[in-house]
Design a protein around this ligand. Structure first.
Ligand code: AMP
Ligand code: GLY
Length: 445
């Protein structure tokens, strides 16, 4: 069959890379794609927030399977449009996508269904918010309700910082309608991890191996939040018992709750978790694959990607066993000067071929464009240098050898991707939450 991937980042490049390996894929397309994707799939321009336009493209390309990468098309109702037309697509409906598009909805949903999460209050005016703030100790987390491209969450260390954030969202409306309501949330302490799974049309699931993102800009998790400066996927991130606890206390109640409320969930579900000393808690839901987490995770996929996705459309995931390499994988994001603010783009990128000629290394493109015979930077996150190796330490080393071969003006990256995973084996880290013991998730083989 023909397969269409929607999006233009590293996540979508990783999807294209795996989908084109499938024995069931005839032709592979991407909209809008990037320079790296264009080398592996035919790319088409498209406004992904216009469902009718996207459906027309899928019809023209005779796409038997469409996979949605980012949240914007889901929020715009692309899946609803495809479903009305009877065309196969992977992703939740607009109503189900509220788990990500509205933080107020997500928090109240978790409360209704007893899903562990941070204590919270919702406010619609500055005065109401300041009143609510008094019942929280510091630090405190302030979140804008709507989609804000990573700019909607502030971890405030002082009351002044918290009030500034509230003033920005609710009075100065710096995020427009996305900040019309806010969530004020208790600050959780623990280990953050990304638990991603595929949900079929009957609620069957296929959990992916665990991954950990590195959201902060600088080494040591310092500096402002970004879309993610790198990630690794390693079975040792969670023990089998913690894996089961996440399924029973978080995943199952989430899917049953959505079904009960009339918005059954289908597609990729990303539970952003804090592994706290009293158990896993949901920080956020995303209704899609994570980026960069998808890059190292899919590097480990051994199953046929089309077979898995088709099983999810047939409600048949329970009978599918995901096959994953036991080897960990690491992805280091190379970013443009200025990122996560306005990036300085149009810089010549050199060294990709040499980097990719290293065994076990793949460069997933994000903000790249091919112009006048040159590969140029075209966005904040430019490349995801991804490596797989028999152990985490070797995967990290392999990724950074490849990173050093790539160059563009203003390039910056974190030097400590995966280091947290390595520290796990260090006895000095005994304060880690229980459950974070080396082990293998039942999904892996
Ligand atoms: P979110 O978009 O809700 O995941 O928030 C972005 C980031 O802010 C998360 O990845 C965490 O690093 C941090 N964060 C969000 N909520 C909390 C919380 N309740 N406690 C501690 N950190 C948080
Ligand atoms: N890596 C975080 C996200 O995809 O939202």
């Amino acid at each position: 069959m023909n397969v269409l991937v929607l999006g233009s980042g590293g996540r979508e490049h990783a999807l294209v890379y795996k989908l084109r390996e499938s024995q069931h894929t005839q032709e592979i397309f991407c909209a809008p794609g990037n320079a790296g994707i264009a080398a592996e799939a035919e790319c088409f321009p498209a406004d992904l927030t216009r469902p009718a336009e996207v459906l027309a493209l899928a019809e023209r390309l005779d796409a038997g399977l469409t996979v949605v990468g980012p949240e914007a098309p889901l929020a715009a109702g692309v899946v609803d449009e495809f479903q009305k037309a009877g065309r196969a697509i992977i992703g939740p409906t607009r109503a189900a996508a509220r788990l990500e598009t509205s933080k107020v909805f997500a928090k109240q949903f978790m409360q209704r269904h007893n899903i562990p999460s941070a204590r919270f209050a919702v406010a619609e005016s500055f005065d109401q918010a300041c009143q609510a703030l008094r019942s929280f100790s510091l630090p405190v987390v302030i979140k804008a309700d709507g989609l804000a491209a990573g700019k909607g969450v502030v971890v405030a260390r002082t009351r002044e910082e918290a009030e500034n954030a509230l003033d920005g969202f609710l009075r100065r409306q710096v995020l427009g309608v996305a900040g019309k309501q806010v969530v004020i949330e208790e600050f959780l302490i623990g280990w953050e991890m990304s638990f991603i799974l595929l949900v079929d049309v009957r609620g069957g699931i296929l959990p992916f191996p665990p991954a950990q993102d590195h959201k902060a800009l600088f080494d040591g998790d310092l500096g402002p939040n970004t879309g993610g400066m790198g990630a690794y996927s390693d079975d040792a991130l969670i023990s089998p018992s913690l894996h089961q606890e996440i399924l029973s206390r978080i995943v199952r109640p989430t899917l049953e709750g959505m079904e009960f409320e009339g918005s059954p969930y289908h597609g990729f579900l990303y539970c952003g978790l804090m592994l706290a000393s009293d158990g896993p808690k949901v920080l956020e839901y995303n209704v899609r694959l994570g980026d960069p987490e998808t890059q190292p995770t899919l590097m480990r996929l051994r199953s046929d990607a089309v077979e898995i996705l088709s099983a999810s459309l047939e409600g048949n995931l329970a009978s599918v066993e995901g096959r994953w390499s036991p080897n960990p994988a690491v992805c280091v994001a190379l970013a443009s000067k200025g990122y996560p603010g306005v990036p300085d783009i149009g810089k010549v990128i050199e060294g990709c071929e040499a980097a990719e000629s290293q065994g076990g290394v793949k460069l997933f493109h994000a903000g790249t464009v091919f112009r006048d015979g040159k590969l140029l930077t075209a966005g904040g996150r430019v490349l995801g240098v991804t490596a797989i190796a028999p152990d985490l330490e070797s995967a990290i080393a392999r990724a950074y050898v490849a990173v050093k071969m790539v160059h563009f003006e203003g390039m910056h990256y974190r030097k400590d991707i995966g280091a947290k995973g390595l520290r796990r084996s260090n006895p000095a880290l005994e304060r880690m939450p229980p459950g974070l013991l080396p082990g293998t998730t039942p999904t892996s083989s």
